[in-house]
Design a protein around this ligand. Structure first.
Ligand code: ATP
Length: 327
């Protein structure tokens, strides 16, 4: 099952900032990069630091819901987007794809003259790192289009500058993110995990959810965030039942406080047969770990039928990070 109750594909276009000439186009006519969404199987959040950020122990898994970013030569930087949530995606330079193109071009002293088209399937503001995926995708697509061959390390540096979740969108698979979540260590995974994602109406702002976390933990001793050994063991063993027992998201209470209706979604999924349910990242997407593809279909149908979410999507993990489809 994929798509549920979604209807119609929007498509939006907008000119980007005016730029001078001088871009390199490397000869390629178009480059398309496919980038996965993520789910956090553990999101341990420390107390707010003086700079306002939080230290995290963030275990990411890349899941098989994808955006595609296509870069084509253009006279100036422009962004277009199509997909059910296209109307919620900014098309100016605040779009993470546009920012990625600008940062890459600046690093090489060239002009970011490129058209970026995003085919968006990852829910917007859903806690699944959709914007981050587009940033990583645009980076890889522009690098190939402009024939830059930027070293992987430099690409990862640009990703970290774009946002905490962007490096993981580039590398995919499974990884532990520390610091603000951007310092990544790859993790072994011993098998495939099956998921259902319930997409809520409307988004939740990540800063608002962290703000609510700060409010809820005021006066409380917040422990140092550390990765759970049991969770890392469950991942490396590919053990779905063990993983279901240790899924954890420290932002869940804050997301539920801002969006109490998500509790009904979580309950619906577990009653329909999910082994575990949690808010995905900062929400409001909810994630359900299930034992196999067949159960995933059953749970997705129950979620849609319940009316407690806008749509439900099935997916597997882990999958590779940003991948070039055409050059
Ligand atoms: P995360 O899980 O990393 O916290 P998210 O999945 O909750 O992020 P996104 O879909 O990345 O949220 O979008 C968050 C906000 O970022 C959007 O509301 C939008 O204003 C902005 N944004 C910038 N670029 C993009 C993009 N390419 N796609 C979607 N949103 C974008």
């Amino acid at each position: 099952m994929s798509g549920g109750t979604e209807s119609g594909n929007g498509s939006r276009t907008s000119p980007g900032p005016q730029r001078g000439s001088g871009s390199r186009t490397g000869g390629a006519g178009a480059v398309t990069v496919r980038v996965p969404a993520k789910v956090n199987v553990q999101l341990a959040v420390g107390a707010a630091r003086p700079d306002g950020f939080h230290d995290l122990a963030n275990v990411f898994l890349a899941v098989s819901l994808y955006d595609e970013v296509t870069a084509t030569p253009a006279a100036e930087l422009t962004v277009t987007c199509e997909g059910p949530d296209a109307d919620k995606v900014p098309l100016d330079r605040t779009n993470l794809a546009a920012r990625a193109a600008e940062l890459l071009a600046a690093r090489h002293g060239i002009s970011p003259d490129v058209h970026l088209h995003i085919v968006k399937d990852i829910p917007v503001a859903g806690g699944m790192a959709g914007g981050s995926a587009d940033g990583a995708g645009a980076l890889l697509a522009c690098d190939a289009l402009w024939g830059l061959n930027t070293p992987r390390e430099d690409l990862l540096e640009i990703c970290a500058e774009l946002g905490s979740d962007v490096p993981f969108s580039l590398v995919g698979g499974a990884a532990l993110g520390t610091g603000r979540g951007e310092r990544l260590t790859g993790l072994p995974v011993g098998g495939a995990f099956h998921w259902v994602f319930a997409v809520a109406d409307g988004g939740l702002s990540t800063p608002a959810v962290y703000g609510e976390f700060d409010r809820l933990t005021e006066g409380v001793e917040v422990p140092e965030p550390t990765a759970s050994p049991a969770l890392l063991q469950a991942l490396s063993a590919g053990d779905t039942t063990a993983l279901a027992g240790v899924l954890a998201n420290d932002l869940q209470a804050a997301a539920l406080s801002l969006r109490p209706s998500l509790t009904a979604t979580l309950t619906t999924g577990t009653e329909a047969g999910a082994l575990a349910a949690l808010v995905s990242g900062s929400g409001p997407t909810t994630a359900f770990l299930v034992k196999d593809a067949e159960t995933a279909e059953t749970v997705a149908r129950a979620l849609v039928a319940s009316g407690t979410c806008r749509t439900a999507r099935t997916a597997t993990s882990p999958v590779p990070g940003a991948t070039t489809l055409t050059t």
